[in-house]
Design a protein around this ligand. Structure first.
Ligand code: GLU
Length: 482
């Protein structure tokens, strides 16, 4: 029977979730779920200098918000715990000692000064294997005397090491290029290079999905599997996410291209579902379909390794925006309002009907951060040019509009109630009585009230949003200015 497909996401808690990391998590998750497998979350915090407080919460929250749920990991637990590497130190020590016993690793007692002296002027230089062949007696003497040590992996000196990556194909490295890398540091902490291999094996990981920065160091990890006599996992390295700057130059996606963390994108008003949908397609292509919209369930069903591409994908903010606007349009009123209203309520004065305004904006924004710009005309009485009253289609001029405004002002002041239907009927009746086009009347009022040419919603909808008092005040101002 073949093993359950098991994948993992193994982030280092650095304080934010880079969108490239989130894509790695997503693909890793989808790979196992598309095959009814298991997905594990493991926190890789052995680089104690890089630890950031609260960073684990950011990881947990991101996975929760995106619907990437894990079967085993911190909080939920599981049979292979603990899932935080700093809580697994004795395990790494035990496995490092196993490799020492089998001759695949050794104690190294070289002083920092000696290692420093091996470097060239540029600070580059590898270890020279000085302690590779210390005698048993020497090692025991040093250990007994408490001489500080690290444990190093004993690399083969000749031959090559190869593996086949699912995305990049065969990767081969000359063993002579491999340094005897540190597995356990002097402070007793393991290096990533060592402990992730032990964990992947002990946690039953069958497919390692991660960024391609590990593509060429993976032969070293393969040698660890071989040294332990363990079956190597399948490797799936993913190409980098790129960004394009204003001159069209493409480079690794970074802050100068725009928001690059999941949190920042969410803060800018992008919906987690839209982000997930968009990044799912940044390096993966569904088979036999041009489908662009995917729910998480659909992704779980359609995902397959064959659809992965090895050419770097360019993160396109415009495309994300488009996805987001489509997702916003699809939101039901309640969930849309839950996001839009707090923003509007904070921005707008009390007399503004923010519920109505939210409704007008629903199909007109592609991210919630756009709301602020869109409602400037509500928050301020903008400077305007009277030429805005000129409209060819409705045959209006500033003069004709002034006449409409002067006529309508008393009618509006005595309007029975202030809702869209009443106001619409009132203006239509007025237009009919003066044998004017309804459009011409609406145009005059809309421009006078909004003080800009393009608005979300028509004249009477805007009047509802502004309320009676502000509408009348704006029309009076418009008449005075004309
Ligand atoms: N902690 C590593 C990182 O965040 C994980 C790499 C891996 O998935 O093996 O880059």
């Amino acid at each position: 029977m073949s093993k359950t497909v098991t994948t993992r996401f193994a982030p280092s808690p650095t304080g934010f979730m880079h969108i490239g990391n989130l894509r790695t998590a997503l693909y890793s998750y989808l790979l196992s779920k598309s095959q009814g497998g298991k997905f594990i979350l493991r926190i890789e915090d052995t680089d104690q200098e890089r630890l950031v407080e609260g960073a684990v919460d950011v990881i947990l929250k991101t996975l929760e918000m995106t619907g990437i749920d894990y079967d085993e990991g911190p909080v939920v637990g599981g049979e292979h715990g603990p899932y935080v590497q700093s809580e697994r130190l004795p395990i790494y020590k035990e496995y490092a000692e196993k490799l020492i016993a089998s001759g695949h690793a050794y104690y190294c007692f070289c002083t920092p000064e000696r290692l420093e002296s091996l470097k060239d002027d540029k600070g580059i230089g590898g270890y020279d294997g000085h302690c590779r062949d210390l005698s048993k007696e020497e090692v025991e003497k040093n250990l007994a005397a408490g001489v500080p040590y690290v444990i190093r992996q004993k690399m083969p000196l000749e031959g090559t090491t190869s593996y086949v990556d699912e995305v990049y194909g065969e990767v081969t490295i000359d063993n002579s290029e491999l340094r005897d890398q540190i597995m356990i540091k002097a402070d007793g902490y393991p290096t990533y290079n060592f402990c992730h291999v032990v964990d992947d094996y002990l946690m039953g990981v069958t497919h390692v999905v991660r960024g391609n920065e590990y593509l060429t160091s993976t032969p070293k990890y393969c040698l660890l599997y071989d040294a332990f006599g363990w079956e190597r996992p399948t490797y799936v390295h993913l190409p980098l996410l790129m960004g394009k700057d204003e001159e069209g130059k493409v480079s690794k996606l970074s802050k100068r291209h725009g928001a690059v963390s999941f949190q920042d994108l969410v803060a800018d008003g992008y919906l987690p579902e839209a982000i997930v949908n968009y990044i799912a397609l940044l390096g993966w292509c569904p088979k036999d379909t041009n489908q662009e919209f995917f729910t998480m369930d659909e992704l779980r069903e359609s995902f397959s390794m064959e659809g992965l591409s090895k050419s770097p994908a360019v993160f396109d903010y415009e495309k994300l925006k488009w996805f987001n606007s489509e997702y916003i349009k699809k939101m039901d009123e309640e969930s849309y309002n839950a996001k839009a209203l707090p923003i509007l309520d904070e921005l707008c004065p009390d007399y503004i009907d923010t519920n109505k305004l939210a409704g007008l904006l629903h199909t007109r924004i592609s991210a919630f951060c756009e709301i602020k710009d869109q409602v400037q005309f509500v928050l301020n009485r903008l400077d305007m040019d009277s030429e805005l009253y000129t409209n060819k289609k409705n045959k209006t001029t500033p003069e004709s509009c002034k006449e409409v405004l002067v006529d309508c002002l008393p009618l509006l002041k005595t309007a029975e109630s202030w809702d869209n239907d009443t106001l619409f009927a009132l203006l239509k009746d007025y237009a009919a009585s003066k044998e004017k086009k309804a459009g011409a009347v609406m145009w005059a009022i809309r421009v006078a009230v909004a003080r800009q040419g393009i608005t979300p919603g028509g004249a009477t909808e805007l009047m509802e949003v502004f309320g009676k008092e502000e509408t009348i005040a704006r029309i009076e101002q418009a008449i005075a200015e004309l």
